[in-house]
Design a protein around this ligand. Structure first.
Ligand SMILES: [Zn+2]
Length: 614
């Protein structure tokens, strides 16, 4: 039976017949050495499988590709004999056991990809995503699994993971355990000299681990994390559904992204996120997002997302629930935590949601549900023209969930909101944790909890490719979406002498990059001036109106002064130079703005929508 629930006390002093001993002697070369010991082997063959992907990150990564030097042995008392094995396919190998009771398998894993979803090991630390390190034994994933860490505990003083201690560390060995392979796969480990803080909240212990080379304020961060825990657990009844939870926050230049787990999350940020308020809100929203996933996606989940087949793609049209709804809640929860003002939150809806989706021409080409099913090929294997081919289920799914929330509030005079649907889905999880929800069941729960018929509307938004009805929905809370030209304000000399005329911002519909001094087109929006001019991806922009273009900003500048007027563009494609004419348009940006003289009801519904709950 599928279960991802584990309490630390359940693993204390346990024994395991599947044990991985991990060594770090080769850490400077980014190698982890694995010795896997399997006891109580029955039969003449034993099949081991290396996962091809990690739940939560919908991409085939074929982790066996990073594995090598595999050797198998049978063990009989002190006797150890090498055994033959053969690969069955790209992920699984079959060992000829020779009837032995115990088999040991040794191999190396190259771990040198620094993301929240891949292992990363060097002389200073190890971040282990166990899906890429630990093969599973076919047919035995439901047993207790142990991981023995053999690192130098004087040098790497901290170990942060949701795996449970089996016994106190001793003699260079630290033994951790999981009740089954799914929990093991869901529990990354950070080992190094990082700082850790702890706090209690919502009846559980929390750890904040901060691996970074930078001198960042972990106490400031811990205070904010505690606030997030309090606000989010309140939404789900006040008590944390775990005994211990670990926030791993990796801060290094250029970092980004997060990955959710049942009792932990991994969050990667640029160190500037802890030094600059405008960037800190991005980190806090990320923390809200990944933490919210412990309910929505790890427990409340589409039926396809657990139990998992680690060898192949898992298709679901419901990432609008898993990621869309979580994306809607992340900024909303950051606001509820008090990290943003109401004004800042509404501005973020304009800037980070509606304006971003306006730029995605792919919203007319594919539905949100299809974008979810094809996440493996679309979001995670983005083609350069991907923005024209599909909308992200994070972005559009999140906006649809926002519209749904306002719709529910409006149609119940503020009695119910999406919070009530979430609480009902949580009760449904507690009744039957082993099984996720079908899409139809999920919508039925939303309808039951809120007493609003949403099925037809919601399915048309999720399955459609037309514009979302912003004004129709937002009028209930006294807002409308206003689109107007974006102006460049040049400011003033002194108090009131204009520094320059207020100019419109041009819209060309391309993105440009400086590649070794050449200005190269990276993307072209469908229907944009750039497309109408016949410019393509990977073309070089040589000159505009005879002016040599040397930086991306210069191209915008030259065209920006000529909005609505034709210009001559000299481009280069595949070794040949061409000329074409291009006419920049005005950039139009949407904003969610208050309507004139909102009624008392509209203000009341808005206050209901944006009320802080704690
Ligand atoms: Zn997410």
């Amino acid at each position: 039976m599928y279960s991802i629930e584990q309490r630390d006390e359940q693993l204390a002093n346990t024994t395991a017949d599947i044990v991985y001993e991990l060594g770090f002697d080769r850490a400077p070369q980014h190698l982890v050495s694995v010795r896997m010991r399997i006891s109580r082997v029955a039969g003449s063959e034993l099949t081991l499988v290396m996962p091809s992907w990690s739940p939560g990150s919908y991409k085939i990564r074929d982790y066996a590709g990073w594995q090598g030097n595999v050797r198998c042995y049978s063990v009989n008392g002190s006797q150890r004999a090498e055994r033959q094995y053969s690969w069955r396919d790209k992920a699984s190998m079959v060992i000829d056991t020779g009837g032995a009771d115990t088999i040991e398998v040794e191999y190396l894993v190259y771990a040198h990809e620094r993301t929240v979803r891949t292992s990363h090991v060097n002389r200073f630390h190890a971040f282990l995503m166990l899906t890429s390190i630990c093969m599973y034994v076919e047919g035995r994933t439901q047993e207790i699994h142990h991981v023995v860490l053999t690192h130098d505990q004087q040098r790497w003083t901290s170990t942060s993971t949701a795996l449970s201690a089996v016994q106190a560390p001793s003699q260079g060995r630290m033994i951790l355990g999981a009740l089954n392979y799914d929990i093991l796969a869901d529990s990354p480990i950070e080992i190094g000299d990082h700082r850790v803080t702890t706090f209690s909240a919502a009846g559980a212990l929390h750890e904040v681990a901060l691996p970074t080379n930078y001198d960042l304020d972990i106490d400031w961060l811990t205070e904010r994390v505690k606030r997030i825990v309090e606000v989010e657990t309140t939404l789900f009844g006040g008590k944390a559904p775990y005994d211990r939870y670990v926030f791993i926050i990796q801060a290094y230049p250029g970092a980004g992204g997060g990955l959710e787990h049942a009792r932990s999350s991994v969050n990667a940020v640029d160190p500037s996120a802890l030094l600059d308020k405008s960037k800190a809100i991005g980190l806090l929203s990320l923390l809200c997002h990944e933490y919210f996933h412990l309910w929505n996606v790890k427990r409340i989940r589409p039926v396809e997302l657990g139990p998992f087949d680690y060898t192949r793609e898992t298709y679901t049209p419901m990432l609008w629930l898993a990621e869309g709804l979580t994306s809607y809640y992340d900024n909303l929860l950051a606001y509820r935590c008090g990290f943003t003002t109401q004004k800042e939150y509404v501005e973020s809806i304009s800037r980070d949601d509606i304006a971003k989706l306006d730029d995605v021409k792919g919203r007319f080409a594919m539905s949100t549900r299809d974008s979810s099913t094809l996440a493996w090929l679309k979001l995670y294997l983005q083609s350069p023209d991907g923005s024209n081919r599909f909308p992200s289920y994070y972005l559009k799914g999140g906006i649809i969930m926002m519209l749904l929330d306002v719709y529910i509030i409006d149609h119940t005079d503020g009695k119910y909101s999406l919070d009530d649907a979430m609480k009902a889905m949580w009760r449904r999880y507690l009744e039957d944790p082993a099984k996720g929800m079908t899409e139809s069941e999920c919508i039925a729960i939303i309808e039951q909890a809120t007493k609003v018929q949403v099925r037809e509307r919601l399915m048309s938004w999720l399955g459609g490719t037309t514009e979302l009805p912003y004004d129709e929905i937002f009028q209930a809370v006294g807002y409308s979406v206003k689109r107007s030209p974006k102006k460049i304000e040049a400011g003033t000399f002194g108090e009131k002498v204009p520094a320059a005329a207020v100019a419109p911002t041009p819209y060309i519909g391309w993105s440009l990059a400086d590649v070794s001094g050449k200005i190269i087109v990276r993307s072209v929006d469908d229907g944009s001036p750039a497309q109408l001019a016949g410019v393509g991806i990977d073309d070089e922009i040589v000159a505009i109106n005879g002016i040599r273009i040397l930086t991306p900003a210069q191209a915008d500048h030259v065209l920006g002064g000529r909005i609505g007027k034709e210009a001559t563009l000299t481009g280069h494609c595949d070794g040949r130079v061409y000329t074409t004419s291009i006419t920049a348009a005005e950039r139009i940006v949407p904003a969610l703005v208050e309507i004139d003289k909102p009624s008392a009801r509209q203000v009341e519904m808005r206050n209901r929508w944006l009320q802080r709950t704690l």
